[in-house]
Design a protein. Structure first.
Length: 392
């Protein structure tokens, strides 16, 4: 919007300008005259007028509402085919939450950072399905979606700048589950050995022994596990239950199988073949010899309103399946270079290590002790005439 002129109108006409505290700011634009009331001194009104003019210059006039644009944004993402079913489902959930706020009916050219902050605060304080407030983690996800919509609106020429750039993202407040120690991981496998082996037990075994994702464990073909190696190249999608490529190209990898897992695979294959499931679509099949979906594996592990989960039966209350991946990768990080760990985990970069690799004070203590023990064992170090190391 182009501003061709501006002025300040005194509203308290019975007072001299030096004592007046109420003003109207005027700006003449190529879309007509715009005004705004202001309270303060004349000097402050002059500063406010400059800010008002700058704001108008940054505004791209249009009559589209945020709601109509956000809905079209979500539809475009869904039809593009560039995003997973899980991402699309998250988009819809977040857009539906924002639709409950006043921001939904706001014109795009009227949206300011304060509009976005007020909308997020209202959503946080008015959850649909629970009392109290939404968590910082949930609000952070809403912030990400709202920021993406506004950023696309800038690219589409509806906004001159992203108002979310001035809105601080809420702090993630969900505490990450602790990783199991190698000893605790071995204890978990011992408890799994006490269960009747089936495809679900095998899926958990693969997650604990190789750090696989749920979808990757459920998608393993019988031919993928052979000659002491496990080939990961497929994943069962969480939302659709369809089998496709892993999360990223880096997810395709070949991993060596530890002896304990190899023995468990042999045990399961013998039982599976005996009951006529040799032609099951996957190695970790369901209880009917069909494809095991990740959400069904999750329900079997954690339980639901009708039955308690397996984790409670084996004394692992509160332990999540994804915690097994964290635990395995944290253990392997003590024995691999960062490059090898990245390939082992199926990451596109080493950046996820900041989330997945948990602190291990015992490992750090052993490393420090070993390092200084090696220094103490150094022989034939050069010394000076006083018997001191020549390096000091």
């Amino acid at each position: 919007m182009k501003v061709t002129g501006s002025s300040i109108q005194q509203l308290e006409l019975d007072k001299p300008k030096s004592r007046c505290r109420k003003w109207r700011l005027w700006a003449t634009t190529d879309f007509g005259r715009k005004s705004r009331r202001f309270s303060g001194t004349y000097t402050q009104a002059c500063e406010a007028l400059e800010a008002f003019v700058a704001e108008l210059c940054d505004t791209i006039p249009n009559s589209e509402t945020f709601g109509s644009y956000a809905a079209s944004w979500a539809l475009w993402r869904e039809k593009s085919g560039d995003f997973s079913a899980g991402t699309i489902a998250n988009d819809k959930r977040n857009i539906n939450a924002i639709a409950r706020s006043a921001l939904w009916d706001e014109r795009m050219d009227n949206i300011k950072p304060a509009s976005c902050r007020d909308a997020l605060l209202w959503i946080k304080q008015n959850p649909v399905r629970k009392d109290g407030e939404l968590s910082g983690t949930t609000m952070n996800k809403l912030h990400v979606t709202l920021n993406a919509v506004m950023s696309q609106a800038v690219d589409d020429g509806l906004l001159s700048k992203n108002p979310m750039a001035k809105v601080k993202p809420p702090k993630v407040d969900t505490r990450e589950k602790d990783a199991l120690s190698p000893e605790e991981l071995a204890l978990l496998l011992n408890r799994l050995d006490g269960l009747h082996v089936d495809g679900r037990v095998m899926a958990v075994y693969f997650m604990a022994c190789l750090g696989l994702r749920r979808g990757e464990a459920c998608a393993l073909l019988d031919s993928d596990v052979d000659n002491g190696l496990c080939r990961v190249h497929l994943a069962v999608k969480e939302r659709s239950g369809e089998t496709g490529e892993p999360k990223s190209d880096a997810g395709v990898r070949i991993l060596p199988i530890p002896p304990r897992l190899a023995a468990k695979v042999d045990e399961w294959r013998g039982l599976r073949d005996a009951i006529g499931w040799r032609d099951a679509p996957t190695l970790c099949c369901n209880t009917h010899g069909g494809l095991l979906r990740p959400q069904n594996l999750q329900r079997w592990w954690t339980g639901d309103s009708t039955h308690k989960g397996v984790r409670e039966e084996i004394g692992c209350n509160g332990m999540t399946l994804h915690q097994l991946r964290h635990s395995n990768l944290s253990m392997m990080a003590r024995h691999m270079s960062p490059f090898d760990l990245q390939r082992y985990a199926g990451w596109s970069s080493i950046e996820p290590a900041k989330v997945y690799i948990h602190d291990d004070l015992d490992s750090v203590t052993r490393a420090v002790t070993d390092a200084w023990t090696c220094i103490g064992r150094t022989k034939n170090a050069p010394v000076n005439e006083k018997g001191q190391s020549a390096m000091l």
